[in-house]
Design a protein around this ligand. Structure first.
Ligand SMILES: Cc1ncc(COP(=O)(O)O)c(C=O)c1O
Length: 399
């Protein structure tokens, strides 16, 4: 029968405890969400700075819609590119000290676009090469797999392994090599050793790309992400990609780089050329969020919440992973157990999503806890108490 793999693929996922389904959120306010008539403290949001419902962002959407309307009406090369898009691109280029910036509708589209545009041509008998961290996001990995480049992956943050792969490029005689990693890893919350990676890439004549989806808005005094914390010039980091749907509190993404590189994307990136432009109101709200002074205070509050969580979790004997970011995973190692822990936390009024294979490697199923500036210290204390009950077999609370 045609497409009969659909039913069997779903059944396989179900039997392995890996089937996904959606939960409808009815409302959200501060750190709380309402799902199915129940209220929970939400520890599964990437709205790290709680900007999504800030007065700045909400008012900017209203103002943007009254100025530009609901949608952009066309793709950017037709009539969808407005002065709101241009202002956002120019602001980012100036702040990040890049020649040029290009907006995308999503981070997924931006990563796919970079891979498609850079690696859709053959150069004689030599195959281009993408060398990516093993834990890179699916949007990049799938883009790389769908391109004409060969994809090699190095063990997570393992510089020795990266060097071995770079050395083997001599034999491979690849003309164009892209080394790719993330600023802050989406599922582990740790950071890439970027200073070393810059040196190694430059020594091999490779371009370095960073997906800073979880670092942008978060890291650095001005929230400019790894470019700010590592002082990375455009020459050291020729391709920077980041998203607006997390710390910035809107949606969409950008790619930043040289004049030629961005002009090349404008001409050859199909996800850009053949897609309706991001609504101008969204570009305007994003710019207002980026310029909002309150982000600074919120980064400070969030840093305090992260510190509190880590110190209480440590005292409680919870098995933390080496993350200093708002992403604090607790490794469970089994899909069913991760789901069961998440369900038990729900009964205690906490929403903590279980992340399972294939989103994370096999046997690294986990609770992905995300902290935000909307959390009160008491929310964090409740979380620690609940985690002890659920994960540490009812051990007495340490406080
Ligand atoms: C590291 C990383 N890159 C890219 C994306 C995709 O971004 P978007 O949600 O804007 O499509 C995500 C989203 O979760 C991500 O975590």
């Amino acid at each position: 029968m045609a497409f009969d793999f659909i039913a069997s693929a779903l059944e396989k996922r179900r039997s392995e405890g890996l089937l996904r389904s959606r939960k409808t959120v009815d409302s959200a306010s501060g750190p709380m969400i309402e799902i199915g008539g129940q209220h929970y403290i939400n520890f599964s949001s990437n709205d790290y700075l709680a900007m999504r419902r800030s007065s700045v962002v909400m008012q900017a959407w209203v103002d943007g819609i009254s100025e530009y309307g609901g949608g952009s009406g066309a793709s950017p090369l037709v009539t969808g590119y407005t002065n709101a898009h241009q202002a956002l691109e120019e602001y980012l280029a100036t702040e990040l000290k890049r020649d040029k910036v290009l907006l995308f509708n999503s981070g997924f589209a931006a990563n796919q676009a970079v891979c498609q545009a850079l690696f859709s041509q053959k150069h004689g008998e030599h195959q281009d090469l993408i060398i990516a961290d093993k834990l890179m996001h699916a949007s990049f990995v799938e883009g790389a797999k769908g391109s004409l480049a060969k994809l090699s992956r190095f063990k997570h943050n393992d510089l020795q392994h990266l060097q071995i792969l770079l050395n083997s490029t001599d034999k491979h005689q690849a003309q164009n090599i892209l080394v790719a990693t993330e600023g802050v890893f989406s599922m582990d919350g740790d950071q890439a050793p970027l200073s070393e990676m810059v040196t190694m890439s430059q020594r091999s004549g490779a371009w370095l790309m960073v997906d800073d989806a979880h670092g942008f808005g978060m890291l650095g005094e001005h929230g400019l992400g790894v470019v700010e914390t590592h002082q990375l010039s455009q020459q050291q980091l020729p391709i920077l990609m980041a998203t607006f749907g997390k710390a910035i509190g809107t949606a969409g993404a950008f790619v930043a780089g040289s004049h030629d590189f961005i002009d090349y994307l404008i001409n050859f990136a199909k996800h850009y050329v053949y897609s309706t432009a991001m609504p101008a109101a969204q570009a305007y709200a994003t710019l207002m969020s980026l310029q909002a002074k309150q982000s600074n205070e919120r980064r400070t509050i969030l840093a305090e919440r992260i510190e509190l969580f880590k110190s209480l979790a440590d005292k409680a004997g919870l098995p933390l992973m080496p993350s200093n970011s708002a992403i604090q995973p607790l490794l469970i190692g089994d899909a069913q157990k991760a789901i069961s822990a998440s369900e038990k936390l729900k009964t205690l009024g906490l929403w903590v999503t279980a992340i399972r294979y294939p989103t994370v490697p096999k046997h690294t199923d986990r609770l992905r806890i995300t902290l935000t500036a909307a959390h009160d210290p008491r929310d964090i204390e409740s979380l620690i108490d609940a985690l002890q009950i659920v994960l540490l077999d009812n051990k007495k609370a340490v406080r």
